[in-house]
Design a protein around this ligand. Structure first.
Ligand SMILES: Cc1ncc(C[n+]2csc(CCOP(=O)(O)OP(=O)(O)O)c2C)c(N)n1
Ligand SMILES: [Mg+2]
Length: 367
C-alpha cells in the first residue's frame, strides 16, 4: 500500500515508491494549504447537508465523511483536458472542479437532475445506478483514443479520463466489462475505486476474495493500493497514472483504502450492522487531522486553521440560507425525462395527478 503521510503526519517516501515522491516534490506550500482548505470545506459542507436533510430540507443526503483525502487528492491530479465520471458520493472531487455546491443540494432536494454542465466543468453528472458511470467513462475514453487525443506530445491536446466507484460496485458486471474494453483499446483511463469498506450494510469481505486493486489484472489493467486517508498518496499516485494514461500507457486501477465514517445515506442506520469499535478505529485515522499534523510540523500557525473555520462557517451559513429559499419543486417535474419522447403511460399518470391535485381546491394539493 502506498503511504507517504503516516497517521502521525510524518512524510516519507519508501524507496520502491520514489516515482510517486517526485510528484509531491513538485508541490508548494500553497498546494498543501489548498488541500487542507478543500478537505475541511468538504467536511463542513457534508455536516451542513446532513443537518439540512434532518430538518426536512433535502430528501436525502449521501455523506462522504472520512473520504476527504481520497477525493481532494485525486481530484487535484486531474489535468485541464481530462474528464471525470463520478458516482454519487464525490462531493470533494466536485469541490476540486468548482462545481456550485448548491447544485448538489438541489439534486438531493429533487429540484434538478444535477444542474452543472459536464462540458464546461468536465465533471459529469452523478450516477446512482451502480457502475453505469464506469461504462460511460470507458466509452468516453475509447472516443478520446479514436479522436487521436492521446500521446500526441502536445499537452494542449492530450486527454485522459478518471472514473470513481465503490468497493461494492466492483461486483457489478459493468466494471468487469469496462476493464476488458479499456484494456483491449488501450484507453487513457484511471479506474479510481474508493474502498470505504462498506456497500450499505455489506462488508467488503463479502464481495471479493482478492484485494480489489488486483481485480483488473486478469483483464490487462494493472493496479495499486494506496492509503486513501493520505492526501499526498492520493494526489501523487493519481497524477502519475493520469499523466501516463495521457501519454499512451493504457488503463490503470487505483484502490484507495479508506473508511465510510458516517451512514451510507441519511436513510441508513449503520449501528445495526457494524461495531462502534470499528468506527472509532477509523476515526483515529482521520485524513484531515493527519494533514493538519503535517502542516503544523511545517510551521503552519493556528491563524491559518482559524481562518479556514471562519470561511467554512460562512459557506455553511450561505448554503443554509440558499436552501431555505429554494421552495418546492413543481410536481410535474417527476414526469419529465423519464423517456426521451412522450409516453402514453407517463401522460396518463401525469393527468391523473393533476386531477387529484385539483380535487383539493386552491393550492392545497397533496404535496
Ligand atoms: C445497479 C444497482 N444496484 C443496487 C443499487 C442500490 N445501492 C445503492 S448504493 C449501494 C452500495 C454501493 O456500495 P459501494 O459501491 O461500496 O459504494 P459506496 O456507497 O460505499 O460509496 C447499493 C447496493 C444501485 N444504486 N444500483
Ligand atoms: Mg463502499
Amino acid at each position: 500500500m502506498v503511504q507517504l503521510l503516516s497517521p502521525e503526519g510524518d512524510y516519507g517516501v519508501p524507496a520502491q515508491y520514489a516515482e510517486y515522491g517526485k510528484y509531491v516534490d513538485a508541490l508548494t506550500e500553497a498546494d498543501f494549504l489548498q488541500f487542507y482548505k478543500e478537505m475541511s470545506r468538504m467536511r463542513r459542507f457534508d455536516n451542513e447537508a446532513t443537518a439540512l436533510q434532518r430538518q426536512g430540507q433535502l430528501g436525502l443526503w449521501v455523506p462522504a465523511v472520512g473520504q476527504e483525502a481520497a477525493q481532494i487528492g485525486s481530484g487535484h491530479a486531474v489535468g485541464k483536458n481530462d474528464h471525470i465520471f463520478p458516482s454519487y458520493r464525490e462531493h470533494g472531487v466536485a469541490i476540486t472542479h468548482n462545481i456550485d455546491l448548491m447544485s448538489i443540494l438541489k439534486m438531493l432536494r429533487g429540484v434538478n437532475h444535477g444542474g452543472w454542465n459536464p462540458n464546461e466543468t468536465r465533471f459529469h453528472l452523478y450516477a446512482i445506478v451502480l457502475g453505469t458511470q464506469v461504462i460511460h467513462a470507458t466509452g468516453y475514453a475509447m472516443g478520446v483514443n479514436f479522436d487521436g487525443k492521446v500521446a500526441t506530445g502536445n499537452p494542449e491536446i492530450d486527454e485522459a479520463v478518471i472514473t470513481y466507484f465503490g468497493d461494492g460496485a466492483t461486483a457489478e458486471g459493468e466494471i468487469s466489462e469496462s476493464f476488458l474494453f479499456a484494456a483491449i483499446n488501450n484507453n487513457p483511463q484511471v479506474f479510481f475505486c474508493q474502498n470505504n469498506q462498506w456497500a450499505i450494510s455489506s462488508a467488503v469481505g463479502t464481495q471479493t476474495r482478492v484485494p480489489l486493486f488486483e481485480r483488473g489484472a486478469g483483464f490487462g489493467v494493472p493496479g495499486i493500493r494506496i492509503d486513501g486517508n493520505d492526501v499526498l498518496a492520493s494526489y501523487a499516485v493519481t497524477k502519475k497514472h493520469m499523466d501516463d494514461a495521457r501519454n499512451g500507457a493504457g488503463p490503470f486501477m487505483i484502490e484507495a483504502l479508506t473508511y465510510r465514517i458516517g451512514a451510507h445515506t441519511t436513510s441508513d442506520d449503520p449501528t445495526k450492522y457494524r461495531s462502534q469499535d470499528e468506527v472509532d478505529y477509523w476515526k483515529q485515522r482521520d485524513p484531515i487531522v493527519r494533514l493538519e499534523k503535517f502542516l503544523r510540523r511545517q510551521g503552519i500557525q493556528d491563524s491559518f486553521f482559524e481562518q479556514c473555520d471562519v470561511e467554512n462557517e460562512a459557506m455553511a451559513e450561505s448554503i443554509r440560507q440558499q436552501t431555505f429559499a429554494l421552495g418546492a419543486p413543481p410536481i410535474e417535474n417527476m414526469f419529465q425525462h423519464v423517456y426521451s419522447e412522450a409516453h402514453p403511460l407517463i401522460e396518463e399518470q401525469s393527468a391523473w395527478l393533476k386531477g387529484y391535485e385539483a380535487s383539493f381546491g386552491d393550492n392545497e394539493g397533496g404535496h
